[in-house]
Design a protein around this ligand. Structure first.
Ligand code: ARG
Length: 454
């Protein structure tokens, strides 16, 4: 399609090196939608007759149907999805097909296609995020009141609940959805009409094309529009953060499902065995999710590095944006689906949770608060509780079982009522502020999310 000035065909290795159709064929649906909108604008501008337009539209729809039915022969000699489809159209309908590329370049075409692709995939990701949130909220509700130790530095810190812990991930995924939605706004701008770099002398109605394709607006600078891949980087960043959140959840579940913790049991359908050790039940889905976050970051970095040194406007380096983009969407799609399913099938083991959360050291901070309420400055209270913890550790006595004399030897501020601090019901009930693992808060958030996600 560009061989006019060449006397030699491209070398075979150059074809293999430069082709993108082996992966950008995935843009076919958007490429065809873009071409139909472009052709309609050509008709409106008097560049195509009604008959020519309808031959193009019917031809493209036929190609679409054939691709979807798996009856389309992609050819690397035609480089990319754009030229494969255009060339097939012309083969099928003849002369009108050869008019389609008027006032358009593959440069604005590929930017249009990838923006439409991002938009559709963002919408899919948003739905899957909600699916994942629903699974977490359902599990949080099922085990809302089951208490477990919360951890900092992976050391037991303070008591929380399974409900509160799982809802933390629901909050993260809500920010992911918000971020993606904002990103979608910047994705959804039409570059069509920017041509190769400087628009065209044949002026088609850009706003009408944009409206047909569901874009919110049109780009304002043809050079920027051709060179811009911010929308891809931003999308890859958003997907990377989703990967981070799923990876952290995976790590929690790897720990929880271990014999050491025993807080949860993953279903047989979402774990794998060992070919050597017959007893093993491995949390591979969690590990893969944790591992796959790496490629999501890699995809973002690949595109940023590919773009950073490019002079305006289009350079063939930009073709390298597609595989990372496709890979991140496909990775996150499957990750969200399989994790939602796994969380849905996961069981929590209340006895193991109860045993772990009965550790009175989890309430050492509440003990300091007790002293504070009796007028001891927090720093001193912290030190006085530290001493009590040291006695407990030295004498091998649980903190809650130190006797009156042991407490009084540390400070007269330890009253007779000190033992009430070690009541977990009280510990949760006293945390009344929004955001705390208090039962009412958890119930309120569960109700909120159920309504949001309905
Ligand atoms: N396959 C190309 C890409 O992905 C399409 C644009 C080609 N433009 C060009 N001037 N060669 O970037």
């Amino acid at each position: 399609m560009w061989h006019g000035r060449f006397s030699q065909a491209p070398a075979d290795l150059v074809l293999r090196y430069g082709e993108s159709v082996s992966y950008d064929w995935k843009l076919y649906r958007h490429d065809i939608a873009g071409s139909i909108a472009h052709a309609r604008a050509q008709k409106a501008a008097g560049m195509l007759t009604e008959e020519e337009f309808s031959a193009i539209e019917t031809g493209l729809k036929g190609i679409l149907a054939d691709i979807e039915a798996g009856n389309f022969q992609w050819d690397i000699a035609l480089e990319d999805v754009h030229m494969n489809i255009e060339s097939e159209l012309t083969r099928r309908i003849g002369a009108p097909g050869a008019k389609l590329h008027t006032a358009r370049s593959r440069n604005d075409q590929v930017a249009t296609d990838t923006r439409l692709y991002c938009r559709a995939e963002i919408d899919n990701t948003l739905e899957l995020l909600r699916e994942m949130q629903r699974a977490l909220v359902a599990k949080a509700e099922e085990y809302a009141g089951v208490r477990i130790p919360g951890y900092t530095h992976l050391q037991r810190a303070q008591p929380v609940t399974v409900g509160h812990h799982l809802l933390a991930y629901v909050e993260m995924l809500a920010r992911d959805a918000e971020r993606l939605t904002q990103c979608r706004g910047r994705v959804n701008v039409s570059p069509l009409g920017s041509g190769a770099i400087a628009g065209s002398t044949i002026n088609l109605d850009r706003a009408a094309i944009a409206a047909e394709l569901g874009f919110d607006s049109v780009t304002e600078n043809s050079m920027d529009a051709i060179a811009d891949r911010d929308y891809i980087m931003e999308t890859l960043f958003c997907l990377g953060v989703i990967g981070t959140h799923l990876s952290r959840m995976s790590e929690d579940l790897v720990l929880w499902s271990s014999a050491e913790f025993g807080y949860c049991t993953l279903s047989d359908a979402h774990t794998t065995g060992s070919s050597l050790m017959p007893q093993k039940k491995n949390p591979d889905v969690c590990e893969l999710t944790r591992g796959k976050s790496g490629r999501l970051y890699g995809n973002l970095v690949s595109v940023m590095v590919a773009v950073k040194g490019l002079p305006l406007t289009y350079n063939r380096d930009l073709q390298e944006d597609k595989e990372p983009l496709f890979d991140s969407f496909e990775t996150v799609d499957l990750a969200l689906r399989v994790n939602a399913e796994m969380v849905g099938a996961m069981r929590i083991n209340p006895e193991r949770c109860a045993a772990a959360v009965s550790d009175p050291l989890l309430l050492a901070t509440d003990l300091a608060d007790y002293l504070v309420r009796r007028g001891v400055p927090f720093r001193q209270a912290h030190a006085l509780v530290g001493k009590a913890v040291a006695v407990a550790v030295e004498t091998g006595t649980p903190l809650s079982k130190l006797d009156r004399e042991q407490f009084l030897a540390i400070s007269p501020e330890y009253g007779e009522d000190v033992y009430a601090v070690f009541d977990l019901d009280r510990a949760f009930a006293m945390r009344t502020n929004p955001g705390t693992p208090n039962a009412d808060n958890t119930a309120r958030r569960i109700a909120h999310w159920k309504q949001q996600l309905a």
